[in-house]
Design a binder for this molecule. Structure first.
Ligand code: URA
Length: 233
C-alpha cells in the first residue's frame, strides 16, 4: 500500500505540489472514482489509477534510456565534470545510477536504473550483456587488425575476449563486446597501434538506441524493453 501522492511522484506523474493541484481538480481517479486527498492509501499493485482517464503504470523500479552526449561523466557524483544524472530533471534522479560506464567523450546509449540486482546481473562477467559500439579511428584498419582484435589482444596484461567487428570503411565500423574493461575499445585499438577518434554506443543487451532521442534526451524503457533486460541469460 502507498499514499496516492507518493504513487504520483514515484511514477514521475507529478511532484507532491503538482499532485495536490491535480487531485483538487478531480483529475486523478482510483478504480474510476475521483480521489481528492494525497494521503489516501492505494494498492499500487492492484488499483487502477488514472490521470485524465489515462492509466498510470506502476513499475517498482525505474529504467531510463539516455542518449549520452560528450562531456558528461557516467557516475552519480564526480568532481571532473557534469554527470549524466544532471541530464535528468531533479525529481527523476533519486536512487538512479548508470548501468555500466561510457567514457566522458563517448556518446550513445546509456541505461540508468535504480534496480541494483538487474544492473549487477547484466554487467557480471558470467552474463555480460552484448554491447555494440560505432567507432572511427585514425589509421586504416587492415584485415589482420580485424582478425587480431576479434581474437583478443593484450590490453596491459589482460587478453580481451573474442568480439565481433564489422567495417563500414577503412576507418570506421562497429564492434560488439561481451565484456567491459575500463577504456577497453581505446586500449584494444592502441594495442594495434591505432587510435579511436569517436565512439558511440548503439546497442546494449538487445536494446537499440532510439533514433528519436537526440543527444541529451531520455525516455523510460518500454515494458517490452525491460522484459528484454530481465530475460537476459
Ligand atoms: N570502450 C572505451 O574505450 N570507451 C567507452 O566509453 C566504452 C568502451
Amino acid at each position: 500500500m502507498m499514499r496516492l501522492d507518493k504513487f504520483l511522484s514515484v511514477t514521475a506523474t507529478a511532484s507532491r505540489k503538482e499532485s495536490a493541484v491535480l487531485l483538487k481538480k478531480g483529475r486523478v481517479k482510483v478504480n474510476g472514482q475521483p480521489v481528492f486527498k494525497g494521503e489516501t492509501k492505494i494498492d499500487e499493485e492492484k488499483d487502477t489509477v488514472t490521470l485524465d482517464g489515462e492509466p498510470i503504470l506502476f513499475q517498482k523500479n525505474r529504467y531510463i534510456l539516455l542518449h549520452k552526449p560528450q562531456g558528461y561523466v557516467s557516475s552519480t557524483d564526480d568532481p571532473s565534470g557534469p554527470t549524466v544524472l544532471e541530464l535528468l530533471p531533479e525529481k527523476e534522479r533519486r536512487n538512479l545510477f548508470p548501468c555500466g560506464r561510457l567514457d566522458k567523450n563517448t556518446t550513445g546509449l546509456l541505461i540508468l536504473t535504480d534496480d541494483g540486482p538487474l544492473a549487477h546481473r547484466l554487467l557480471s562477467p558470467k552474463h555480460h550483456a552484448k554491447k555494440e559500439y560505432y567507432f572511427t579511428c585514425q589509421r586504416k584498419i587492415t584485415a589482420q587488425d580485424v582478425a587480431d582484435l576479434e581474437g583478443g589482444v593484450d590490453i596491459g596484461g589482460y587478453i580481451t575476449k573474442p568480439c565481433k567487428i564489422t567495417l563500414f570503411d577503412d576507418f570506421s565500423g562497429s564492434i560488439t563486446l561481451t565484456e567491459g574493461k575500463y577504456h577497453q575499445i581505446k586500449l584494444m585499438f592502441a594495442a594495434r597501434c591505432n587510435k579511436i577518434l569517436t565512439l558511440h554506443r548503439h546497442a546494449f543487451g538487445g536494446i537499440v538506441l532510439d533514433p528519436a532521442l537526440k543527444q541529451g534526451e531520455w525516455r523510460y524503457l518500454t515494458p517490452e524493453e525491460v522484459n528484454l533486460l530481465e530475460s537476459h541469460e
